[in-house]
Design a protein around this ligand. Structure first.
Ligand code: 5AD
Ligand code: SF4
Length: 402
């Protein structure tokens, strides 16, 4: 029985794709191996920040000898870096015999079956399709929580972001297909579902929409008997509908937490980023959410050092943090991505300045996080145990959950 091993990097879409792929390969008769004994290594790559191509090259360099010493073993590279560099990978790394992009994932199980039989063959699945490619439904392992894709791609073209180039235009998945998958998961015992997409708030608003809005979809999924918790990510503030804000007060299954990336607290920078909302509009959304769901836990993404960001702009981001008090946030130094609009903007912020702003922001966030968590000491909360953590030290067993 051939063995596979998957190495996922980057966002939750990659993790969800890796998860589906693993189940599909198991259903096809492959078994799970390790990095050291697998006949097929799948690398799911990410190109959203820093030097991702270098990361992939060094990973492939590291595993090269091991893969080449195992007869018949080969590597598949998927995700955003594969979409960008594509078949050029073949020149440098002949043991890479499959490259696939987001729209190619559904066809990977068939492709690897062929590659396994035909050692001379190479396959490229990099084309963007103009529809949402449905995948075979596979029985998942028994678990409490699952991800469900509701769309692919993004149409926003924020000035710093490479996603619309690597993942293509927005394509909503049909609501009935989403419902069928969610229903199946709940029947298998899943109790928490996370709906996934680059910008879930604009679900249905592309040519593939079937008239179902994101708020409608939330209500339909939340009503599934047996589903305890519903969560979704990622949201773009400009697209969050009033019905989604009120849903936090109306749908008992909807988790009281929302990841709502703000990126910056300064209007000039938001405009330069092409985010299409102002600081005041963002704060209005937050006020609306808290009105309908006072206990809501908000998290965010922040970029410091976007081209042209002044000390005053950065101070505005810090003041927004203090005003909103995110429970936690992901914060990043701006980095040029090839081909995006911001790459050509003047007034790049020096590296040391970006590092200093990041440090200041993260220190402020850590103080807020610690204070908010301390305030919960002694309170009782319902948690969903997901399973035993891989991290195990001494005699303690760690459980992961929320
Ligand atoms: N530089 C820094 N951060 C970036 N992000 C996306 N592109 C860049 C970039 N070029 C961040 C944004 C986004 C998160 C997923 O990654 O904050 O929300
Ligand atoms: Fe990138 Fe903006 Fe689309 Fe998010 S909304 S994936 S930041 S272009």
């Amino acid at each position: 029985m051939p063995r596979f091993h998957i190495l996922p990097f980057g966002c939750q879409m990659n993790v969800a794709d890796a998860d589906w792929l693993a189940q599909a390969l198991l259903a096809q008769g492959w078994s799970m191996g390790t990095e050291d004994d697998a006949d097929l290594l799948v690398v799911m790559t990410c190109s959203v920040r820093e030097k991702p191509e270098q990361k992939v090259y060094s990973l492939l360099g590291r595993i090269k000898d091991a893969v080449q010493s195992r007869p018949g073993a080969f590597v598949a590279v998927g995700g955003c870096v594969a979409q960008q560099i594509g078949e050029a990978l073949w020149q440098r790394f002949p043991f890479v015999r499959l490259v696939f992009g987001t729209d190619g994932v559904a066809m990977v199980p068939q492709a690897v079956a062929r590659l396994h039989m035909e050692p001379e063959l190479r396959i490229s699945l990099l084309d963007f399709l103009d529809y949402y490619p449905e995948r075979d439904q596979v029985a998942g392992a028994k678990r409490a929580q699952a991800f469900v894709n509701i769309m692919q791609g993004c149409d926003n073209f924020c000035a710093y972001c490479i996603v619309p180039f690597t993942r293509g235009r927005q394509k909503s998945r049909a609501a009935d297909a989403i419902m069928a998958e969610c229903t199946g998961l709940v029947q298998q015992g899943v109790r928490e579902i996370t709906l996934l997409g680059q910008n879930v708030n604009s679900y249905g608003q592309d040519q593939h929409g079937d008239g179902t809005s994101f708020a409608d979809l939330l209500a339909r999924v939340a009503a599934l008997p047996g589903l305890d918790r519903l969560h979704f990510t990622t949201s773009h503030p400009k697209d969050i509908a009033p019905e989604v804000i009120t849903a936090f007060g109306a749908l008992p299954a909807l988790s009281p937490r929302l990841h709502l990336p703000v990126q910056s607290g300064a209007d000039t920078i938001l405009q330069a980023m092409g985010r299409r909302y102002s600081r005041a509009q963002y704060l209005d959304i937050v006020a609306g959410l808290r009105e309908h769901c006072p206990q809501i836990a908000l998290t965010s993404d922040i970029i410091v050092g976007f081209p042209g960001e002044t000390d005053a702009d950065f101070a505005a981001t810090l003041s927004l943090l203090h005003e909103v008090r995110f429970v936690s946030s992901f914060s990043f130094k701006y980095s040029d991505r090839p081909g995006v609009r911001a790459e050509r903007l003047p007034f790049k912020v020096p590296e040391e300045e970006k590092a200093e702003r990041l440090r200041i922001f993260q220190e402020a966030q850590n103080i807020i996080t610690a204070a908010d968590l301390s305030a919960l000491l002694g309170s009782e909360a319902e948690v969903l145990l997901e399973g035993q953590s891989k991290k195990q030290e001494h005699d303690t067993i760690f459980w992961t959950g929320r």
